[in-house]
Design a protein around this ligand. Structure first.
Ligand SMILES: Cc1cc2nc3c(=O)[nH]c(=O)nc-3n(C[C@H](O)[C@H](O)[C@H](O)COP(=O)(O)O)c2cc1C
Length: 237
């Protein structure tokens, strides 16, 4: 600054200091805003991950395709991070055609298979039924399993991943929606329909989902979460 007066030099130094302080203040504010935004973004995840979602394989026959579809949806639901997910296979419970002497509302279960099923159903906050279509209807394994318990289903939301021929199991899902209301479940508007899933299973036995399955699956899970959160307090009343 040859030729500059001391006053002018002092003025430039002051300007530089003010600029530096202003930038520091903005940077700190930015860090605070970022930290706040991160807290806000992470909070719902922490809160909702405690809600349990059961993905239930409803077909039980030998050679069924249900497990391939259900395994895909289970992995997909886990990747969405909205629920704590569990895969449940109805076949594991070996429920005979309804054989309890008392109405399920009384919860006076006599058989071990009913007690095991009751414990399993009671654990969840929401359900996805992976549902085939048999003769335009849900399979009897599904309606039988619904009948076995009552209070365990009450005030919980239910979604459907249906599959079949060209219908994608839609007729089955539509009937199942009406059915679940009899045990006070709330059926979801959103749903996944899979046409001819057997054509989408690779040599490794894995179901190859397409964009439509994933988009509808995401919409279903988001809606299910809203209802699961809203309905949880209803069960403690
Ligand atoms: C008893 C029976 C009835 C069926 N009825 C229908 C039907 O009404 N509509 C349809 O789209 N597919 C129907 N199918 C074909 C099923 O969609 C197909 O077999 C599917 O793989 C069944 O699911 P699963 O393999 O998990 O049991 C029927 C299959 C069976 C075994």
């Amino acid at each position: 600054m040859a030729g500059s007066s001391p006053r002018r030099v002092a003025g430039v130094v002051t300007d530089v200091c003010v600029a530096f302080l202003t930038l520091s203040a903005y940077a700190s504010a930015g860090r605070i805003v970022t930290a706040f935004a991160l807290c806000k973004c992470q909070k719902p995840k922490e809160k909702t991950m405690s809600l349990k979602l059961q993905i239930i394989i409803c077909s039980t026959r030998p050679g069924r395709v249900g497990p391939a579809v259900a395994n895909w949806f289970h992995g997909f639901a886990q990747s969405q991070g909205l629920f704590d997910c569990e895969l449940v296979d109805l076949a594991d419970f070996q429920l005979p055609v309804y054989d309890e002497p008392n109405h399920p509302r009384m919860q006076k279960y006599e058989h071990d298979h009913t007690k095991a099923w009751s414990r399993s159903v009671a654990k969840a906050d929401a359900y996805i039924f992976v549902l085939p279509e048999y003769n335009f209807c849900p399979p009897p394994s599904f309606t039988n399993a619904l009948d076995y318990v009552y209070s365990e289903w009450n005030y919980k939301p239910a979604g459907f991943v249906s599959y079949g021929g060209v219908s994608g199991g839609l007729r089955s899902a539509q009937l199942a929606k009406q059915w679940v209301t009899a045990v006070k479940m709330m059926p979801m508007f959103e749903g996944v329909t899979v046409q001819m899933p057997w054509t989408l299973i690779g040599e490794d036995g894995r179901f190859q989902a397409n964009e439509h399955h994933e988009d509808s699956g995401e919409a279903l899970l988001k809606e299910l979460l809203k209802w699961a959160e809203a309905m949880k307090p209803m069960r403690s009343r």
